[in-house]
Design a protein around this ligand. Structure first.
Ligand SMILES: Nc1ncnc2c1ncn2[C@@H]1O[C@H](COP(=O)(O)OP(=O)(O)OP(=O)(O)O)[C@@H](O)[C@H]1O
Ligand SMILES: [Mg+2]
Length: 440
């Protein structure tokens, strides 16, 4: 460095090597302006990069937890199918005044609670089977209005602001209701002394600039759902963890910490985004972006379970590798009058089908099995038994049957865990449906 503080070109290069981001040759003030500009720009870029890195780390963490919980939920579903199933079968056999009845009811109830837990875990790990429809988010909101008001109580003022001309989205409407419910319950809990809950919708364009600042965002047209409260808010440390399963700040017994992880999973599986903005003492806003679609609204069929006669005398080929689950399904089907051919895997099923002289009306098969998947088995059997129907069972979405977590509309599918009643109803429904082997 010279005595007046100026730097020669060589010294400047040295300085740059040591980490300076720019240098100024003093006698050239014009350069000073552009150097300052550049330094500021670089500072901004560094901050943005840091933020993106943080978002990426967060995304990777969520991915890893998702893998883990998805795997656990999958295995639990088989066990719960057995626990709930046998409790139900026993209850059907016991006399109304049997003293064992209440004991078994306890087992069944606990099984059902566990099953709702695994459902939430599956939702988080994006492994649940969705039944997406094109729908209008405003219509869903309107339908929920009264229920929400009851949910949040009288001390909280509910304001809904549906945007006119709102675009349509493609998602599972039941799941989106779940999202809104979970957010509303959290908002209520954040406002124990009352406040305001605002739910609004809007058409939003996420542009390239937005996508640059948010990891994984694809620029495009979205429908936004914002849920805001005037509650206690959250500090940064809490915000960083809220979407993790079992993260809760509520006292033991009050929250399981699965509400927001369910929200996260549903939104991700619907190819959307969720962000949180919060200030301690002021309130919180959750913003959800779902991709906008041009297609026409599809009518949403009520999911109510119609009480069909569930019995029959048809012949059913049952393929399931889990011994306990298979035994349960066999006894259920037999109890409902069906003849059951039983195989523990694909090869065995092919063999059985070859040996069986009469009709096989339907195959009930697991989708993930060692050796041959349920779908592959169905494909191999199709030319041999073209009129045989097929019902797939699974503990979670797997690529052998669903694409991107979505079911082909005409694939008959039963989500584990299920009760013997639900199985019998579904079997009857598929047998009565007009199509041949479905969805293969
Ligand atoms: N609107 C909100 N305002 C303030 N804090 C919130 C809000 N929503 C969520 N949180 C914080 O995030 C945590 C996690 O929320 P999440 O819904 O996942 O679980 P939970 O509400 O604690 O339990 P669960 O929903 O399973 O009953 C909450 O315990 C709370 O600390
Ligand atoms: Mg919650």
């Amino acid at each position: 460095m010279g005595s007046d503080g100026t730097v020669g070109e060589e010294a400047a290069i040295e300085a740059l090597k040591k980490g300076a981001t720019d240098y100024v040759l003093k006698p050239r003030p014009a350069r000073l302006v552009s150097a300052v500009k550049r330094a500021l720009q670089e500072g901004k870029e560094r901050a943005e990069r840091k933020q993106l890195e943080q978002q990426l780390r967060q995304a990777q963490k969520m991915e890893a937890i998702g893998q883990l919980t998805g795997g656990i939920a999958h295995d639990f579903n088989n066990m719960l199918t057995v626990i709930i199933g046998y409790s139900e079968l026993m209850l059907q056999k016991l006399k109304a005044d049997d003293s064992l009845r209440s004991d078994i009811e306890q087992i069944k109830e606990a099984g059902e609670r566990a099953s709702s837990l695994t459902r939430q875990l599956l939702a988080f790990s994006r492994k649940q089977v969705l039944q997406p429809k094109v729908f209008d988010l405003n219509a869903v909101l309107t339908n929920m209005d009264r229920m929400l008001q009851r949910l949040i109580g009288e001390d909280i003022h509910l304001v809904t602001a549906p945007a006119p001309g709102l675009g349509r989205v493609r998602a599972d409407p039941g799941q989106i209701e779940q999202v809104i419910m979970n957010l509303a319950v959290n908002a209520r809990d954040a406002m124990p002394h009352g406040g305001k809950l605002t739910i609004e919708t809007a058409n939003v364009e996420l542009d390239n600039a937005y996508a640059r600042e948010h990891v994984s965002v694809r620029p495009g047209s979205y429908v936004m759902l914002a849920v805001s409260d005037t509650g206690c808010g959250m500090d940064a440390a809490t915000q960083a963890q809220i979407f993790e399963p079992f993260f809760t700040t509520k006292e033991v017994g009050k929250g399981t910490g699965l509400g927001l992880s369910t929200v996260f999973g549903i939104v991700k599986q619907s190819e959307g985004y969720v962000w949180v903005y919060s200030e301690v003492g002021r309130g919180t806003t959750f913003k959800i972006y779902l991709p906008r679609v041009e297609a026409a609204v599809e009518t949403v069929e009520p999911s109510g379970e119609t009480a069909r006669p569930a019995r029959g005398s048809e012949t059913i080929l049952l393929v399931e590798d889990d011994h306990a689950v298979r035994t349960l399904i066999r006894s259920t089907l037999q109890a409902h009058g069906y003849t059951v051919l039983e195989a523990s895997q694909g090869k065995e099923a092919l063999l059985l089908s070859g040996q069986h002289k009469g009709l096989i009306h339907m195959m009930v098969t697991d989708t993930v099995m060692p050796g041959m998947s349920g779908r592959e088995l169905a494909e191999r059997l199709k030319p041999l038994r073209p009129n045989m129907k097929a019902l797939f069972m699974s503990g979670y979405t797997d690529k052998a049957i669903v694409h991107h977590g979505e079911l082909d509309p005409d694939t008959a599918f039963l989500q584990k865990p299920f009760t013997p009643d639900a199985l019998a109803r579904k079997v009857r429904e598929v047998l009565d449906s007009p199509h041949g082997q479905q969805g293969v």
